[in-house]
Design a protein around this ligand. Structure first.
Ligand SMILES: [Fe+2]
Ligand SMILES: [Fe+2]
Length: 190
């Protein structure tokens, strides 16, 4: 699918506010690709596709997980909102004809991040957090600036905020988030 077709399809499948967020992530990721000399088209496409599974209800998402044999381990059962990122590469491939592995990997880890992310993966993880439509939260201005300066430091800032936020709301913090946080803490100290 070319970008026009992808946008039309996403507009049909996502709620208007989700589609607006999607465009925000695509443009933000593309801008970051400009700042870091990465592939702008890939960043834009990955931004477009990152929430492509969000057009389905949690019940439908669960059915898709069965169909694609995605194991619903503890994390997915405890935090069903993480299902859409596990599903994203499968939906992107089947319904949006996307076969680029770098794009598929980037959309798969966009909610929790993972250790040793590639720049494209980091840009999608970060763009999801900072896109212009995101409501203002403490520290967001600093994170937004850092997004165009240092991807590792920015990733760490986001994970730090996310963990504090989840702690504050007494919510469970997934092991993947902790693992990613610890990796980038080491990485930025080195
Ligand atoms: Fe998402
Ligand atoms: Fe998103």
């Amino acid at each position: 699918m070319n970008i026009d077709e992808m946008e039309q399809q996403l507009k049909l499948n996502l709620k208007p506010e989700r589609y607006r967020h999607t465009l925000g992530v695509a443009y933000t990721a593309a801008s970051m690709a400009m700042a870091f000399d990465e592939d702008i088209q890939k960043a834009y496409k990955a931004g477009l596709l990152h929430d492509c599974a969000k057009g389905y209800s949690l019940v439908q998402q669960r059915k898709f997980c069965e169909k694609y044999r995605i194991s619903l381990d503890g994390i997915l059962t405890d935090s069903p909102q993480l299902m859409h990122s596990a599903l994203a590469p499968f939906i992107a491939r089947e319904y949006y004809g996307e076969n680029d592995l770098e794009i598929l990997n980037a959309i798969e880890c966009h909610t929790t991040g993972k250790p040793k992310m590639k720049p494209l993966e980091q840009m999608i993880f970060i763009a999801d957090y900072i896109e212009p439509d995101r409501r203002m939260i403490p520290g967001l201005c600093e994170v937004r600036k850092m997004a165009f300066q240092n991807l590792d430091v920015c990733t760490l800032q986001i994970l730090d905020h996310t963990i504090e936020y989840l702690k504050g709301r007494k919510q469970k913090i997934g092991y993947k988030t902790i693992e990613t946080y610890e990796y980038y803490l080491k990485q930025t100290k080195a």
